[in-house]
Design a protein around this ligand. Structure first.
Ligand SMILES: [Zn+2]
Ligand SMILES: [Zn+2]
Ligand SMILES: [Zn+2]
Length: 267
């Protein structure tokens, strides 16, 4: 917001792709149902993208079977603010979150109010639990290390009839156990906040993230094992925001990907 850096100005002027806050949806076209992963501040616009992709008749109302949260940081849950009395109040929309995130929503206004009004039905999902969405579609949370300002953090592993996809937009660093999980999926979408460790002086102390440059070295064996790996959740300082940058070319030439808004994978 209000940033005049060359990247933000280029995105406003359409010279590089505009990126909304990271968010993903699991869509069952057969059942015309959708589950959203994270409610970003860009929720109204992202809801339209989901609605368009679902097919079926367009009727008023929140077209989601549930919202699954990764954690409580503004980029990932502030969209819930649209689901109260002053917005589009759904009836008992399930919001599935890791334990401390669920507690945060139940104990703090205005989310607590939305629960009391019956708009949101906050449910806890513990790491290791499997949530069956449809006959051949399930999701499960995987714990990731991330600064616990308000809650714990998870990635979501989605398993469809053909593919398993891991969505992990935000974490402090790549843990060995998490890299092992990456090797077990067909595609992993992971935190690409910063490209370089020193991209913003001192940022790694305040808001640590695994730098893309280092993740690529670390994840070579994951690619060799056949997992596709793509980066998301880019900070505006990340040169990957510009598809013509040298760094973007490096990522692609090493066999990794950078997600653009609207990217879809058939699972
Ligand atoms: Zn900027
Ligand atoms: Zn975060
Ligand atoms: Zn984030």
């Amino acid at each position: 917001m209000a940033c005049r850096c060359p990247t933000c100005e280029a995105a406003r002027e359409g010279r590089i792709p505009r990126r909304l806050a990271s968010s993903a949806a699991v869509i069952d076209r057969k059942g015309v149902r959708a589950w959203l992963i994270d409610a970003s501040p860009d929720l109204p616009e992202q809801m339209e993208t989901v609605r368009d992709a679902m097919g079926g008749p367009k009727v008023s109302g929140v077209p989601l079977s549930a919202i699954l949260l990764t954690h409580i940081h503004m980029g990932h849950y502030w969209g819930l603010g649209h689901l109260g009395k002053e917005g589009m109040m759904p009836r008992g929309l399930p919001v599935i979150a890791p334990p401390a995130a669920a507690r945060f929503l139940r104990e703090n206004r205005p989310f607590k109010d939305m629960v009391e009004w019956g708009a949101l039905d906050v449910q806890v999902s513990h790491p290791g639990d499997t949530i069956d969405l449809a006959e051949d579609l399930s999701m499960r949370p995987v714990t990731v290390p991330h600064r616990a300002d308000f809650s714990d953090t998870v990635a979501w592993l989605v398993e469809g009839p053909r593919e398993k996809v891991l969505y992990a937009p935000d974490m402090d660093h790549l843990e060995d156990s998490f890299v092992d999980v990456m090797t077990s999926v067909d595609m992993a979408i992971i935190d690409g906040t910063f490209y370089y460790r020193d991209e913003i002086p001192g940022a790694m102390d305040r808001v640590p993230h695994p730098p893309v440059e280092e993740s690529m070295v670390r994840l070579g064996r994951v690619l060799e094992g056949g997992t596709r790996v793509a980066f998301t959740h880019l900070n505006h300082t990340n040169p990957l925001c510009d598809p013509r940058s040298h760094e973007f070319e490096q990522v692609v030439s090493q066999g990794f990907g950078v997600l653009l808004d609207g990217y879809a994978v058939d699972i």
